[in-house]
Design a protein around this ligand. Structure first.
Ligand code: ZN
Length: 318
């Protein structure tokens, strides 16, 4: 439903979507590069400054001796006069990074560095595993670009929420709320991106139908009433929105198994053996048979498109 709507949009706005997709993808990549490189560069510059012995301190004008003093404690470093700093200001200074002991600086570099590495790894794995790195259509590229942009924004905000010295408690709560909003947006854009991705089609097998006989490879079965049955293993987790279909056999008067890869057949055997307990846990495992009319003699292809299994006539005998 969603995919066909997106396909219609793609057909209607083709040229516009082409440039919009390119721009969104490029901006998304630039934002990602910024979120990954900016902290890395900052760590590098801070290390240089630390090696030179440059430190960051709060300073103020002493009202008693009228000189600039470093705010290290409650008193002026020159005349010892009480500076009268209220606790609210001290609290703010505690959270906003002033002078930092070297061990804290080093832990912050390591902590930030690990965060950036984790973010980069998750990004690379997600991009390559989902196939989003090479979008198949303009509209998919557009939504992948928007997802990259949202993901970069989320990474930046999470860095502020969990970072050391990146703000006080109030700004962290605010950033956390923005992060949640971005998570919702990211779910939307990635759902749209995957719906916009053209479904890959696999021809599982070819069946030659001749009158009331269906032939698969060298084996043949009799059909009843020109009906060809397709048996498949149907695995579904409705809560997670997961659905997977594995074609198993063609069915007429008897059943003829389709060739499965060794690994695939092990998985099917395992799922079927534990079907009852898996179904109890929410992963519904069942075998289904769909019946198709094959009145006309000819070659039929069994086609798997995503999680839909169907049959179509490939050629008629001349
Ligand atoms: Zn003073």
């Amino acid at each position: 439903m969603l995919s066909s709507l997106l396909r219609t949009i793609e057909q209607g706005f083709g040229p516009f979507l082409s440039s919009a997709g390119d721009i969104a993808f490029l901006i998304g990549l630039l934002m990602l590069a910024y979120v990954i490189l900016a902290p890395a560069i900052r760590i590098f510059v801070e290390m240089q400054a630390a090696n030179l012995g440059i430190e960051r301190e709060w300073i103020m004008h002493c009202m008693s001796c009228r000189r600039m003093t470093v705010v290290a404690g409650a008193e002026c470093e020159h005349c010892g006069h009480n500076l009268g700093i209220p606790w609210t200001v001290r609290l703010r200074q505690f959270f906003s990074r002033g002078s930092e002991p070297y061990w804290l600086q080093v832990s912050r570099w390591i902590y930030t560095g690990l965060g950036v590495v984790a973010f980069t790894l998750i990004t690379i794995i997600a991009l390559s595993a989902s196939g989003a790195w090479s979008p198949q259509s303009h509209i998919e590229k557009l939504f992948v670009g928007l997802s990259l942009l949202t993901w970069a924004g989320l990474g930046w905000l999470l860095g502020r929420v969990f970072g050391i010295g990146t703000g006080g408690p109030i700004s962290r709560v605010r950033d956390a709320i923005f992060s949640l909003a971005l998570v919702a947006l990211l779910l939307t854009t990635t759902t749209l991106a995957s719906a916009a991705r053209p479904v890959k089609e696999t021809v599982v097998a070819q069946v030659r139908v001749d009158g009331q006989v269906a032939q698969l490879g060298s084996k043949a079965i009799a059909l009843v009433g020109y009906q060809l049955g397709l048996e498949y293993l149907h695995v579904e987790h409705s809560f997670a929105g997961f659905r997977h279909v594995t074609p198993l056999a063609i069915v007429g008067a008897r059943r003829l198994e389709l060739p499965l890869g060794g690994r695939q057949s092990d998985v099917v055997d395992f799922l079927w053996k534990h079907a009852a307990s898996l179904t109890e846990r929410g992963l519904a495992v069942r075998k289904r048979t769909d019946q198709f009319m094959v009145v006309e003699s000819g070659i039929y292809e069994i086609v798997l498109r995503g999680d839909e299994i169907s049959i179509r006539q490939y050629a008629s005998p001349s």
